[in-house]
Write a protein that binds this ligand. Structure first.
Ligand SMILES: *[C@@H]1O[C@H](CO)[C@@H](O)[C@H](O)[C@H]1NC(C)=O
Ligand SMILES: *[C@@H]1O[C@H](CO)[C@@H](O)[C@H](O)[C@H]1NC(C)=O
Ligand SMILES: *[C@@H]1O[C@H](CO)[C@@H](O)[C@H](O)[C@H]1NC(C)=O
Ligand SMILES: *[C@@H]1O[C@H](CO)[C@@H](O)[C@H](O)[C@H]1NC(C)=O
Ligand SMILES: *[C@@H]1O[C@H](CO)[C@@H](O)[C@H](O)[C@H]1NC(C)=O
Ligand SMILES: *[C@@H]1O[C@H](CO)[C@@H](O)[C@H](O)[C@H]1NC(C)=O
Length: 548
């Protein structure tokens, strides 16, 4: 059993660059208060119902000459371990003058009414301190985590143009201090064991809201997390806060979500398989009638999907105009030739994966069939659907390993009707490609079975018809090969036919549509009898079979 043990910190929005915030602790206050500079007596004053229009000051006053520095911070007051609330502390440094009797501070948040506080200075103290820089500090404004607050500071009386405005962003729930003590931030912490064999997630919960039950579920993360399974309740009375969640596929967007059983509880998400992108590349489907290849990502993913041609060397070369950007929608390639060498490459960032959906498929849209009568081999094209091909003969393919096409011709093949290619065996490579579809791989077939009978030094120069040594060796080899194979086949087929006759009475033996792929090194017969290719003129036995 493969048991993964992963212990994760579990707030959804936590990341490394917030590690600093994790360790900071907010200042605690017992009770909110207003503080003014020593010697300056200040007291709150009720606000008038309507704001007064501004006045022209007797002396020259402007915002920058009056308000020297206005700064903000967040403090916390607590009524219990998990019952802390946040307060905005506003500190105003102002230049006191004869005509300034106090300050008014208004705060506004989205969706909330403006709230104003006014502080007036006692006449004696303000006259005494006129001309000095004084400080007024208040921390009675309640704020929520992540809230944005707009602050406006004015003088009393309200002098025109002596107004300061600014905004403040309250801290989010990133810090451990808030996550432990502020109810809006208490999500609980999830840790899990993923039992990949039993496809179960064993989830433990800690640091949850006291005195409330807790829920966990699995969900698939998109814009929101969409539930896939039933929600499990962890009772607050249970000594071990744990639940088992079964899952079907280890998808990268599969997340464990947990939250306290209270209204608007913040949720925590952990996605155990978030790096398992390769899980997404399955589920490619092919419709043989429409010849469409489609794939739908099981999770939203930003990937480039490219059809490619996988060569012998394992390198998958992109087909022209066969690249798609995918995020969450199903993508389709219309008119695709289903060939084992036609593959799909999925690229995410600098990583890529290749999958060959037709590699395991017994169904092939077309085949090169090597056949013959009385030792005269011939190459035929057989397609299981009407198809058009371009066929070219390679030049110099032995030396360079690549296929340079001198000329091609077009070949139309009707469904299940073999068409002869009129090309000589033991001589060349063919490149065949379907041209009646949008996406097809060029397939190279080399008919070099005779190659092995030629001394090694001859290999670099392709034997040509007038090479007598080659002809003699090849002919001798072919004849002996044919004799051996015919003998073997005779025995095999006799046994085979007898078995068949025994089983099914008058059923016929292998028929003309017993085809063998030229690509295969072994010929697959009916009912799994395997006959290795004869070393020379390897296609002779196929020819025999087909002519029977
Ligand atoms: C504000 O007033 C001071 C003098 O009281 C002056 O130096 C400064 O330029 C004024 N600033 C603006 C923005 O008008
Ligand atoms: C304003 O006051 C705050 C806190 O007292 C201080 O950190 C900041 O540097 C001051 N800013 C200026 C421009 O003096
Ligand atoms: C979950 O809790 C159980 C019981 O306390 C413990 O044995 C197990 O190791 C925990 N698993 C994780 C992943 O924390
Ligand atoms: C995919 O997206 C990238 C960046 O947005 C763009 O440069 C590229 O052309 C797109 N490719 C296709 C095949 O649409
Ligand atoms: C002939 O066979 C040898 C190995 O026996 C191989 O290296 C060579 O590529 C073959 N020649 C052709 C034309 O395929
Ligand atoms: C092959 O040769 C036969 C007779 O010579 C001809 O009828 C047929 O069209 C040829 N096939 C191809 C594909 O060239």
């Amino acid at each position: 059993m493969i048991l993964w043990i992963v212990l994760l910190m579990s707030h959804c929005c936590f990341s490394l660059n917030r590690a600093a915030a994790e360790s900071t602790t907010l200042e605690r206050i017992k009770k909110c208060a207003t503080r003014c500079s020593q010697g300056l007596q200040c007291k709150p004053k009720a606000n008038g119902l309507f704001p007064r229009p501004c006045q022209k000051p007797a002396e020259v006053l402007n915002a920058s000459s009056v308000f020297h520095n206005i700064s903000f911070s967040t403090v916390m007051s607590c009524q219990g371990r998990q019952k802390c609330s946040l307060h905005l502390r506003i500190k105003t440094l102002l230049q006191l003058s004869e005509s300034i009797h106090g300050v008014s501070i208004c705060t506004a948040t989205i969706g909330m009414m403006n709230s104003c506080r006014t502080f007036v200075f006692a006449k004696a103290s303000r006259q005494k301190m006129a001309g000095l820089q004084v400080e007024v500090e208040n921390d009675c404004t309640d704020i929520s985590p992540n809230q944005q607050v707009q602050v406006t500071v004015k003088t009393v009386p309200n002098y025109c143009d002596v107004t300061w405005t600014g905004t403040y962003d309250a801290p989010g729930c990133f810090s451990g201090d808030l996550r432990r003590h502020v109810p809006e931030c208490i999500t609980g912490r999830l840790s899990y064991d993923a039992d990949t064999e039993r496809r179960e997630m064993i989830v433990n919960v800690s640091d949850m809201l006291e005195d409330s039950n807790y829920y966990v579920r699995l969900c698939r993360k998109d814009f929101i997390c969409i539930g896939t399974e039933a929600i499990k309740l962890i009772n607050k009375e249970e000594p071990v806060k744990s639940a088992v969640l079964p899952y079907s596929r280890p998808l990268p967007c599969l997340c464990i979500e947990g939250w306290s059983a209270v209204a608007d509880a913040p949720r925590v998400q952990v996605c155990p398989f978030k790096d398992r992108l390769e899980e997404l590349w399955s589920g490619v489907t092919f419709d043989p009638l429409e010849q469409t290849l489609s794939w739908e990502p099981a999770c939203p993913v930003t990937a480039v999907v490219t059809l490619c041609h996988k060569g012998e060397d394992g390198v998958c070369v992109a087909l022209p105009h066969a690249s798609r950007n995918v995020s969450r929608d199903k993508m389709t390639f219309a008119k695709v030739d289903p060939h084992p060498q036609l593959c799909i490459k999925f690229t995410v960032g600098s990583q890529s994966w290749t999958s060959c959906p037709f590699a395991q498929l017994s169904f092939k849209a077309w085949e090169l069939v090597v056949s013959g009568k009385q030792g005269h081999e011939a190459v035929k094209m057989l397609a299981h659907t009407d198809a058009t091909f371009s066929v070219g003969q390679c030049v110099n393919s032995a030396e360079s390993g690549s296929c340079h096409i001198a000329e091609t011709h077009s070949l139309h093949v009707e469904r299940n009707k073999a068409v002869a290619l009129n090309l000589t065996l033991c001589k060349a490579c063919l490149q065949v490609k379907r041209v009646d579809v949008n996406y097809a791989v060029p397939v190279t077939h080399c008919f070099d079975q005779c190659n092995q009978s030629v001394p090694n030094e001859k290999l670099s120069t392709i034997p040509h018809l007038f090479d007598l040594t080659w002809l003699i060796v090849a002919a001798a080899a072919c004849i002996s090969g044919v004799i051996i194979v015919t003998l073997v086949l005779h025995i095999v087929l006799t046994v085979h036919q007898r078995r068949r006759q025994k089983r099914r009475g008058n059923k016929k033996g292998p028929t003309a549509n017993t085809v063998a792929s030229a690509l295969q090194t072994q010929t697959h017969l009916h009912e799994g009898i395997l006959i290795p290719d004869s070393p020379q003129c390897g296609n002779a036995e196929k020819a025999v079979l087909i002519s029977k």
